[in-house]
Design a protein around this ligand. Structure first.
Ligand code: PLP
Length: 361
């Protein structure tokens, strides 16, 4: 078997969720598991998510597959429904829906459902993506509250810059607009993603929606998961399939972009962009070989990468290689590849074997 593997640590996920629950205090924690659980495989995460009173996904397809896999909690559809025909499944499956757009409100007004649905009215307080303008919040709240298909209305918004120190004024402005335009309206408030939960303790409201931190990653700039007491859930590993020496002046990989400055031991590891390792990771990006740091040398290929083994003279074919996860923060790899951990996790492809471990602690 090809050695490229994603090890999924359910004990780490359980601990990260416990951390989110502690940070949230009295606010309820909705575990965000959209995009197949940020690339970890949402269904396989369920045994570690029992403590979350609610799950959230992007769409009904994701919610239905979680139900089928045995999820018992209510599941929130963060973009609501795309078609009116989805509403009746939401009733039977205990899904809650976001309402962010007039067409979705109309669907609720014209539908005749066996039971009314719990809804979250989304207000665009400054993200500029989904939601009604803040000054229309009261109007839409009133409209939904007259609707017989609606069982309850929460108030939701989403922060654009909660992860950045430079965005603090913008976040304050978002919080202020949301509070001002919804004050006095009944219903629970939900504002925070992971960054909000970690960096804005006074903005937690009644329900928080952490995603990335559950997977052990800090969304805050210049911080990594371990700084927040989080542990990586995914460790992406493979093995060396060749070890060789190159002479000074010899090159490695497509485009010959890496030239040996001296006699150098090179390891070839069985992983590449066909597995989701980022092609834009530059030479020098760290990789662990037998737990010690080596460096990417030359371009990432589809199925392989080359490593400058540096001082790891005893490296041999079969040695374990860690691309990110335990011992090597994915945040560091993402920054060098000019992307974010979210994208790396979502990009792990189906060719990578998955191994789930659940050390009950
Ligand atoms: C994805 C998402 C979240 C979770 O965000 P993280 O940054 O992963 O914590 C929360 N709320 C909404 C509306 C989202 O789309």
């Amino acid at each position: 078997m090809r050695p490229a593997r994603a090890l999924i640590d359910l004990a780490a996920l359980r601990a990260n969720l416990a951390r989110a629950i502690t940070l949230a205090g009295p606010a309820s924690v909705t575990a965000v598991v959209k995009a197949n659980g940020y690339g970890h495989g949402a269904a396989r995460l369920l045994p570690a998510l029992d403590a979350a009173p609610r799950l959230a996904v992007a769409c009904i397809e994701e919610a239905l597959s979680l139900r089928e896999a045995g999820a018992g909690q209510p599941i929130l559809l963060l973009e609501g429904v795309f078609e009116e025909s989805e509403l009746s499944s939401c009733v039977t499956q205990d899904f809650e829906i976001v309402v962010h757009e007039p067409g979705q409100a109309r669907m609720l007004e014209t539908a005749s459902l066996a039971k009314p649905l719990r809804t979250w009215l989304k207000i665009d307080s400054g993200m500029g993506r989904l939601g009604f303008r803040p000054e229309t919040a009261r109007h839409h709240h009133e409209r939904l509250s007259r609707c017989t298909s609606v069982a309850g209305i929460g108030l939701m918004t989403h922060l654009a810059s909660a992860d950045e120190a430079a965005g603090r004024a913008r976040t304050r402005e978002q919080l202020h607009r949301f509070d001002a335009e919804t004050s006095g309206l009944p219903g629970p408030r939900s504002i925070c993603n992971s960054a909000g939960l970690l960096a804005w303790p006074h903005a937690h409201g009644d329900m928080v929606r952490p995603g990335i931190m559950l997977y052990g990653i800090s969304p805050l700039e210049n911080r990594a998961g371990h700084d927040e007491g989080l542990a990586p859930v995914m460790t992406l590993t493979t093995r060396l399939i060749a070890v060789k020496d190159v002479r000074p002046g010899e090159t490695v990989g497509y485009g010959a972009t890496w030239t040996a400055p001296a006699r150098t031991r090179i390891g070839i590891a069985a992983i590449g962009y066909g597995d989701g390792y980022p092609r834009h990771a530059p030479s020098g990006t760290p990789v662990l070989v037998r737990g010690r740091r080596a460096k990417l040398a030359g371009r990432v290929s589809m199925d392989m990468i080359a490593l400058d083994l540096g001082g790891i003279d005893d490296a041999a074919v079969g040695d374990p290689v860690v691309l990110w996860g335990r011992g090597l923060a994915i945040e560091e790899v993402a920054a060098l590849a000019r992307t974010i951990a979210y994208e790396l996790l979502c990009g792990v492809t189906g060719r990578v074997h998955v191994e789930v471990s659940d050390r009950i602690v």
